[in-house]
Design a protein around this ligand. Structure first.
Ligand SMILES: Cc1cc2nc3c(=O)[nH]c(=O)nc-3n(C[C@H](O)[C@H](O)[C@H](O)COP(=O)(O)O)c2cc1C
Length: 188
């Protein structure tokens, strides 16, 4: 088995993080893997914003939890049942900001591929991760635009996905059980 397949098999969504920062050079490597992702007609309608500022993460935690409770009560309850922390206390958060496409290729597809690059690059460097759509709650009204500006989203770019990065704060979990019955091979 190649190292890449080992990494794919070992990656799982980590929802509790140790109080241990990720080296900035490691974060840089992960961010570089993100922008190496393929995209439809190579348009690269994305920005990768890596945040490690503890005060800012705490502020986003507090605002995010209030907004999540309002816009996604089920998601809020899920987070509460997992410790009540918007980013599960991850020491690094990556936001993928994306520009909505005006053609037939949805930008969301490109965003998902970037997210995949990020989590697999992270796993290959021994860094745990969790993709979070719920962290998009931070960018909801009344001040979602202000958050986009403050975090440096270019004009016309909006939240695509959040990725939490850090080191496992409890015994590593297994990833979901893959359902190999979902695979068909048409061999002719
Ligand atoms: C697009 C996307 C959005 C996700 N959003 C969240 C989220 O908001 N919060 C969360 O805890 N996990 C989130 N996840 C993680 C999934 O719940 C997780 O990948 C799935 O349960 C399989 O578990 P595994 O990653 O451990 O194999 C998301 C995953 C994807 C691909």
């Amino acid at each position: 088995m190649t190292e890449t397949l080992d990494v794919i098999k070992s990656r799982y969504s980590c929802r509790r993080y140790a109080d241990r920062p990720v080296d900035p050079q490691v974060l840089r490597q992960i961010a570089e893997a993100a922008v190496m992702a393929p995209s439809a007609v190579n348009r690269q309608f994305w920005r990768i914003i890596v945040i490690t500022d503890p005060a800012l993460l705490l502020e986003m935690n507090d605002v995010g939890m209030v907004k999540l409770k309002d816009c996604d009560p089920a998601g809020y309850e899920r987070i509460m049942s997992r410790g009540g922390r918007f980013f599960y206390d991850a020491p690094a958060v990556v936001f993928i900001a994306a520009q909505p496409s005006k053609d037939s290729f949805p930008t969301e597809l490109d965003t998902g591929i970037v997210a995949s690059h990020i989590v697999l690059a992270a796993a290959s460097l021994g860094v745990n991760s969790c993709i979070t759509a719920m962290s998009g709650a931070l960018f909801r009204e009344p001040d979602g635009d202000a958050w986009e500006k403050r975090l440096g989203f270019p004009e016309g770019y909006h939240f695509g996905l959040g990725i939490l990065l850090g080191y496992e704060g409890e015994t590593p979990r297994a990833p979901h059980t893959p359902d190999f019955d979902k695979i068909s091979m048409i061999t002719g």
